[in-house]
Design a binder for this molecule. Sequence first.
Ligand code: ZN
Ligand code: ZN
Length: 428
Amino acid sequence: MAIQSPKGFNDILPGEQFGWKDSYRWQKLEEVFRQVAHQYGYQEFRPPMVEYLELFVHGVGATTDVVTKEMFNIVPRGDDPDPRRMAMRPEFTAGLVRMYLENGVPNQPQPTKLYAYGPAFRYENVQKGRFRQLHQIDVEVFGSQDPAVDAEVIYLGLDLVGRLGLTGLKVNINSIGCPVCRPRYREALQAHFRPHLAELCEDCNTRVDKNPLRLLDCKRDARHPAQKTAPVGLDYLCDECKAHWEGLQENLKALGVDYVIDTRIVRGLDYYTKTVFEVMHPKLGAQSTLWGGGRYDGLIETVGGKPTPGVGFGMGMDRVLMVLEETGLLEAFQERPRLDVFIATTGDSVRAEGLKLLYELRRAGVAADIDYLGRSLKAQMKYAGKQNARYVVILGEDEVKNGTAGLKNMDAGTQESVPLTDLAKAIK
Ligand SMILES: [Zn+2]
Ligand SMILES: [Zn+2]
């Protein structure tokens, strides 16, 4: 039996029949993303796909599911002089922070607005919209505490999917405070949930000590009565966090963003402070979160830099393309590179002439191709049609003798005779 791809790793390849896995639809999403990011003043960073495991433990959080359950670890060979474990990136932020610090970017004018996109890896239970190789669009701003930046980051994502035609999104926001006010809230949560521990899941019994905020987003215990009466983080914000929270909402209102306050959003990652948000689309069911992010004013210091605020998001490209497919919007993405000209030759005697012309045209910037299967003229014409070529150049013995070629316009169905030397010009 032929070997198949591992579970949770998708093939992305050209062809409308592949739906959201059509590579040209991925190119379209990437192109619109780059366009939006540049319009908002962001620049591209390309972190490696592998970092030291230690970076993710510090930069994502030792108690998070991502680090404790979902890492693709790489164990060095026994003879490797560097025995440190590495891991495939499960997300972008930690690697981007490392890259920012290691390359002295903080010495350049601040804030730094950066974007990245590509695959990330998580050892997940594979299901619809949840893959082991996922793809993310990532946006980060380092160096500003202004809530207007949080709003910009939220708006950028909405602008991106809006340009692809997607509507009906739900924007949920919350604030989870800062190291000044969060300890008080953590204690309140612990006191609230401790009497119910026997009824709560195994994970929650660990979370209550290590990461009590995560008690609020436990899927298994979502319906436990203690969830309804749990203390709300917004009631515990310090003055600075409260001012930031109000500032965020003013900015979102000014931008016309419809948002919902959802005090259960805590995000699974330890380094978040103040703003957290999730954007969902109902079409995706259980995996309805298209993207999520927030502010992480403590992260850069955790990874070894000077205290520097940061805010950003990671968007699931797979999920965005899946939701575009489910809403029928993917159909509109039909653009793909088109062959300008296909050279059809009749007989071996003109083959060399055909190949010479092929490279002349390519050198002149024309997208050109030729038959490599020794097909009949009729079959070559049919193939050119399937390749959606704009023109077919028909080259036979007579044409080569006269220094001309038949040029067929495939869209109009017309044909004319054109001197070989004028072909590139005629096609352009
Ligand atoms: Zn605070
Ligand atoms: Zn639980």
